[in-house]
Design a binder for this molecule. Sequence first.
Ligand code: PAF
Length: 275
Amino acid sequence: MRIVRSVGEVRAALAPLRGGTVGLVPTMGAYHDGHLSLFRAARAECDTVVASLFVNPTQFLASEDFGAYPRDEAADATLAAESGVDLLYAPTVDEVYPAGFQTHVEVAGLAELLEGAHRPGHFRGVATVCLKLFNTIHPDRAYFGQKDAQQVAVVQRLVRDLDVGVEVVVVPTVRDATGLALSSRNAYLSPEEREVAAALGRALTAGASAWRAHPGDAAAASATARAVLAAEPRLTVDYAEVARFDSITVLAGAIRVGRTRLIDNVVLDEGDPPA
Ligand code: PAF
């Protein structure tokens, strides 16, 4: 696996490989099995697999953990290479946002709900960096985790609205034995906090059962999930809500455990909403 750091280098590396399909896995590093499942999905479907490794400052609020976000490029490079990544694009902040940078991508509406309401400007940063990565790498397919359902919806909308010729592939959430969705931010949790955080997975599972018992009853699904979360006093709830993102309905939740904020969701329906 080769590591490249500039737009010019990544384009030059990919130029002779354009006869085959290119898959991109955009990441911020701190790899866990969730990332590895994205790499493996890309490896199975594409001739060349590119991973980007960039902790994107524009998607963090000033109050958030940009400085503390776990960074270990050497360990990530080993895991990426073992998972079949051919090219790791690990640019500097100046490469992605050179002096004078002033263009941003806004996905209105979709990006203002749930995460967008709690993290204003977050999806502007995500959409901007994803479009830059798409324009740099020109992948045939880009792989994203279902855990970030709203991010997926924002990227899908961006791709549709701006005619970006990329197929967005969504890979299922990977969970640990307690149902906790794998996330780079789980590294912040103490063993006790990890147990507390597992309530989110349980809450969403319970909410999904309520939805199956009463299809289309968003209030019942949300209330069931909130009741499970309310039983755990060591966490605070930002939201636990049914949301419809274009063609998918999810029950999504965000909680805080100590200083760590975690999100997760389960898919309730795909396709047209119930009549
Ligand atoms: O999901 C992430 O890790 C990031 O939001 C992404 C898609 C790599 C953009 O910085």
